[in-house]
Design a protein around this ligand. Sequence first.
Ligand code: SAH
Length: 240
Amino acid sequence: MQQYFVNHKLAIGMEFDMTSEQARHISTVLRMKEGKIIRLVDIDASTFYGSIMLIKNGVRVRVTDSIVEERESRIKITLAMALIKGERWDWLLEKATECGVSKIVPFTSARCIVKDKPDSSLKKLTRYRKIMTEAAEQSYRHNIPEIVEPILLKQLKDLKSEANFVAYEKDSGNYLTRFDNNVSSATIVIGPEGGFENDEIEYLINQGFTSVSLGKRIFRAETAAIAACIMLDAIGERHD
Ligand code: SAH
């Protein structure tokens, strides 16, 4: 069943028109028939079922039922991710959203190949938000994660959560999965393709980030990010 986010409040019995982009998706891309049921998430992250009506130049929806369910991760995950190249970056945004991340903070560090702050334009951020919105709809999330403009590694100290980690492949044995603290938020920092320089790791450790291993093998940066998000989500599920 297709889910859509709407940017206003919903209530059972209410009727409203989908945006023109959503209407086009419903009628032209998915070719839904009159009466088809869709999932709706409103501005307060409340979830509903709605029944569609095909009207002239658009799609109207009647809100039929509310849905009570839990989809969000127990740990509010901030993913600080060194910038990586184009396609891999888009893949990361989609998968991190599916894995329940709350916020993505791109940053640049010494060994980043993507240097020239290419992702700082509003146009790029808008495109990123579209990828994340679609992934959030696909995974039935109640929130679209936040993404911000790229920052420098030195600024990561301002993004701390209750628990703070930097993924470091040379830190054998100190596995993230062994972390067992009942925290409600965590920041995980992932380095670029070329990894971190020693002084960068030292700096982050001095700023209160714990260096952790994600396992015995070396992941590509984007795989490391997804593995870390899944691990943190699973750690959150240990506590209720
Ligand atoms: N040092 C290597 C690999 C970098 S992998 C190189 O020079 O090519 C890119 C990033 O993924 C790393 O900076 C780290 O944050 C993360 N990473 C990958 N595998 C990891 C592992 N097994 N444990 C912890 N972090 C890992």
